[in-house]
Design a protein around this ligand. Sequence first.
Ligand SMILES: Cc1cc2nc3c(=O)[nH]c(=O)nc-3n(C[C@H](O)[C@H](O)[C@H](O)COP(=O)(O)O)c2cc1C
Length: 201
Amino acid sequence: MVRRRRMVRRYDDRPVDPAVVDRMLEHAVHAPSAGFSQGWAFLRLDSLHDLDRFWRVTTPEEDVESMSDWLAGMRTAPVVIVPLSCKDAYLDRYAQADKWWSDRDESRWPVPYWHIDTGMASLLILQTAVDEGLGACFFGIPPDRIEVFRTEFGIPPDHTPIGAITVGHRVEDPGSAGSPARRPRRTPHEVVHHGHWGENG
Ligand SMILES: Cc1cc2nc3c(=O)[nH]c(=O)nc-3n(C[C@H](O)[C@H](O)[C@H](O)COP(=O)(O)O)c2cc1C
């Protein structure tokens, strides 16, 4: 299942069963989270009207004009899920009595776990798509489109979209498109350091 997952960037016109999207989101909330803070939320868009609003506010104007292949393919998705992280949920959680950082100081965090955990939840959505025989793609919302996206969908200031996920029935052959078709996947041999950095194997 893990090896079968590939980002899919074009979909056919079959709708996605809403029960399948329910399962994706049920699996997402089974992701691990630091201190079980669960500082995540998901915006689910599956009507033509909402999808149109999403692409309108998140697409830079120059891309709309040229309607790149990428955008044309992604726009065929019948479902978009936007995972959002909530930093405050973590700062609040770790200020509770069973934790110890009552000052809510962000510098105590080795990396922003709110984004990490929401990314883990996103991966469960991607893997559930594989299980369900669907395709999905995680992609970034351009930084200069975030504010207008927030306004359009009423996103509260303490929630940050970490990206977005298209979901649908794939038309492309998995693995035939995208960067892995052009660049090799790094092997464990290249990236694993056993016992000491540089001591592979
Ligand atoms: C954090 C993150 C951001 C990504 N952003 C984009 C994106 O903006 N557009 C896109 O087409 N793919 C995006 N991808 C997908 C990667 O290009 C893809 O995962 C990578 O090329 C490996 O291909 P695979 O996932 O099909 O194995 C993103 C993936 C991650 C994890």
